[in-house]
Design a protein around this ligand. Structure first.
Ligand SMILES: [Cu+2]
Length: 207
């Protein structure tokens, strides 16, 4: 029989292992994403909060710096929906749900100031040469500026900001309001599945 203590410990482990929300500040300090290297699990939500002036986040392609990914899990775009003159930080955030452990690169497509070319980029789950430094080095040689995908916003969810932004902080578990605009619906399925898996693993470890 599992003791109450073991059950409580297992529950705590399960909560830690379930989906997290990873907050990224966009343009809060110069032309940066903070953090810009993001370890994440499948089911985690990367939440982008935008600061003045007008930035975006676009899922990219390691082989073509400052250009959008045509298909696959990196095909996402926040749109330029977040900056207003009256309020330097919009009350909306963009949430991208991680659906793969493969490296995903993203950049800012604001060309007034050539943000991507100046290194405004980030990587989720970097591996080998699919990492931030080589991407930024290649982006610095782009002479045609960054490309914004057509359309306003896709591949993620524009939702109301829920808490004061703390760059780099991680909350767990994910908020109950799962993104509804994610085309593959991973946000609504992955979190409970991983939570249950974690309970099972934690219980096995403790028997
Ligand atoms: Cu920017």
């Amino acid at each position: 029989m599992l003791s109450l203590t073991k059950i409580l410990v297992a529950s705590a482990l399960a909560m830690q292992a379930s989906a997290a929300t990873i907050k990224v500040a966009v343009g809060k300090v110069g032309l940066t994403f903070d953090p810009s290297t993001i370890p994440a699990k499948v089911g985690d939500i990367v939440e982008f909060t935008f600061y003045a002036r007008n930035h975006s986040v676009v899922g990219g392609d390691f082989a073509r710096p400052c250009q959008p990914a045509a298909t696959g899990p990196a095909a996402f775009f926040s749109g330029f929906n977040f900056f207003t003159e009256a309020n330097t930080t919009n009350s909306k955030v963009f949430q991208y749900t991680v659906t793969t452990t493969d490296p995903i690169v993203f950049y800012c497509s604001q060309n007034t100031g050539t943000h991507c070319v100046k290194g405004m980029a980030g990587v989720i789950n970097p591996s080998g040469d699919k990492a931030l430094a080589p991407y930024i080095a290649a982006a610095s040689k782009v002479t045609t500026g960054a490309v914004s995908p057509p359309g306003n916003s896709f591949g993620g969810a524009v939702v109301n900001a829920t808490t004061t932004d703390t760059p780099g902080s991680t909350t767990s578990p994910a908020p109950s309001g799962t993104p509804s605009k994610n085309p593959n619906g991973a946000g609504s399925l992955a979190a409970p599945v991983f939570g249950l898996a974690a309970v099972g693993i934690a219980a096995l470890l403790l028997v």
